[in-house]
Design a protein around this ligand. Structure first.
Ligand SMILES: Cc1cc2nc3c(=O)[nH]c(=O)nc-3n(C[C@H](O)[C@H](O)[C@H](O)COP(=O)(O)O)c2cc1C
Ligand code: SF4
Length: 481
């Protein structure tokens, strides 16, 4: 186990600030959590185009590997959306990744955004809406979207076996995930992509009919539309220069907007990436890349040092997204499959990860600073920030300070909401947080699905603690040790 100081050991704001200083990290940190009545910046409403959002808290999309095999929601799926609803956050960014085609699921239990699951999509939204109405007495300032995805390289539609559909051959990712470099049967043809675009449009129509105010055309975390952003070696219309590599994304956005002018479009984007890391029990290390320099196999990676980010193309993409009518962008990074330490900083790694190669605070700060740079570069595009959960009790201190300083427009929460759904409401109404519920980044919510169990906060959520899968997960972790 890594010996970085745990956040829970930093008992005061001063101790937290001292640790940041020790690491040379600059983050804005307020002295105390402010309520809405005390003027918390997080309580300010914000307009995303014509959409009025009641506060600055956002819930990131989080799938649960827990839909029924036909893609319809199970009680676990509904429960998660219910929790999103009573969290107090006013922007529900996509809820979870819903696959636009059955072959594009990341696991056999992924929610489907296909005609057969039209009622299921409506039920998820309704669950969230009802919980919000019951808790806060209004839904006028609540905005709910649906995230649409195709898992690309990470499709597992039928079993734990990968059934990849890739944009291009990537020497490191092919090696890590067992794709033969000469196997072109797994590479999308341009014709197939035309059919895929159609699936996105159909899925967007279903979301609209189910009452969602927007769809998120997911372009992050190594999934298909993110992978296309680095498809420099792909010949034809959908690869090569930035225009070619973003053509698929922009075609989907344009077609959705033309077909459903009253449905809004947003994008979740991995604004930078880094090298794929080796899965191990040791401290994480990148796969060997010396022979691949200048590195042209990532989006937002520096060519001469892919361990560092380069946001030049990212800024340009954000400008073009804005021009294409995208209302807001949720800034994320990397991929949970090949560099989880940058995507979701954690002190305890998931079972397919590695020991943290840096203090996870460094990873948090990297995401916050990259998002701030995006905000500066494209100030008139509303942005949501990611990667805050590892800040633990100091999430609200940093979130409210970052909003006040204009570093970001809204702060999104991922894992924290699995362990502690009411955190946004507690901060805004009581100015406190409940230490017992704070996500300590045990990564069980990632380790469980990596081992074919539904996701959930097994360590802290009593509902998951008492489920039979908790024992299975314990055994899996014991074997790994
Ligand atoms: C269990 C789990 C499921 C997730 N599912 C999704 C998803 O469906 N779509 C998505 O864009 N990100 C997904 N993510 C990533 C989160 O939205 C978020 O980016 C990440 O957890 C980092 O934010 P945090 O530090 O607040 O947890 C998932 C993360 C976890 C832990
Ligand atoms: S299992 Fe719970 S405590 Fe662990 S990372 Fe997930 S939400 Fe946080």
């Amino acid at each position: 186990m890594s010996d970085y100081p745990k956040i829970a050991q930093l008992k005061t704001v001063a101790a937290f600030r001292a640790r940041l200083a020790e690491l040379g990290l600059e983050l804005p940190v307020d002295d105390a959590v402010l309520t809405a009545a005390q003027g918390s910046p997080l309580a300010q409403p914000i307009s995303l185009g014509p959409l009025q959002v009641g506060n600055r808290w956002c819930i990131h999309p989080m799938e649960g590997w827990d839909a029924n095999r036909d893609g319809s929601p199970s009680e676990l799926t509904l429960r998660r959306w219910r929790h999103f609803g009573f969290s107090g956050a006013k922007l529900i960014w996509g809820g979870e990744a819903a696959a636009v085609q059955p072959d594009g699921r990341a696991n056999p239990n992924q929610t489907l955004a296909t005609p057969a699951n039209k009622a299921g999509l409506a039920a998820l939204r309704n669950e969230c809406l009802t919980a919000h109405q019951q808790t806060f007495g209004t839904t006028n300032d609540l905005v709910i979207g649906l995230q649409l995805t195709h898992s690309g390289r990470f499709c597992r539609p039928n079993s734990k076996q990968l059934e990849p559909r890739i944009a291009y051959h990537h020497p490191l990712l092919d090696e890590k995930f067992g794709i033969r470099p000469d196997d072109n049967s797994v590479v999308w043809t341009d014709d197939d992509l035309e059919r895929l675009i159609n699936s996105y449009v159909v899925a967007a129509g279903l979301a609209r009919d189910a009452g969602y105010q927007f769809v998120d055309i997911k372009a992050c975390h190594g999934y298909l539309l993110h992978e296309f952003l680095s498809a420099r070696s792909r010949p034809g219309r959908f690869g090569g220069d930035l225009e070619g590599r973003t053509r698929l994304l922009f075609t989907i956005i344009r077609r959705v907007r033309e077909t459903y002018p009253d449905l809004h479009v947003m994008v979740r984007l991995s604004i930078f990436d880094t090298l794929p890391y080796k899965t191990s029990r040791e401290v994480g290390a990148p796969m060997a890349y010396a022979d691949l320099l200048p590195y042209r196999l990532g989006f937002g990676t520096r060519e001469n040092n892919p361990l560092e980010y380069d946001l030049t193309e990212g800024f340009e993409l954000l400008r073009r997204l804005r021009a294409a009518g995208v209302l807001a962008v949720n800034i994320s990074c990397g991929s949970p499959y090949y560099n989880p330490h940058i995507q979701r900083p954690a002190i305890f790694p998931p079972s397919d990860g590695y020991q943290p190669p840096e203090d996870p605070l460094v990873g948090v700060a990297r995401q916050i600073h990259a998002a701030r740079a995006c905000k500066e570069a494209v100030p008139n595009l509303p942005l949501v920030g990611t990667g805050y959960s590892y800040l633990q009790e100091y999430v609200p201190h940093v979130a409210q300070a970052a909003i006040r300083a204009g570093w970001i427009d809204m702060v999104g929460l991922g894992r924290m909401v699995l362990s502690y759904p009411e955190l946004p409401a507690d901060t805004l109404h009581r100015g406190t947080t409940d230490r017992k519920k704070i996500c300590r980044t045990f990564s069980d919510c990632t380790t469980a699905p990596r081992n074919n169990l539904p996701s959930g906060c097994y360590p802290l959520d009593p509902y998951y603690k008492q489920r039979p899968e908790a024992e299975e997960l314990r055994q899996v972790k014991q074997e790994l040790r």
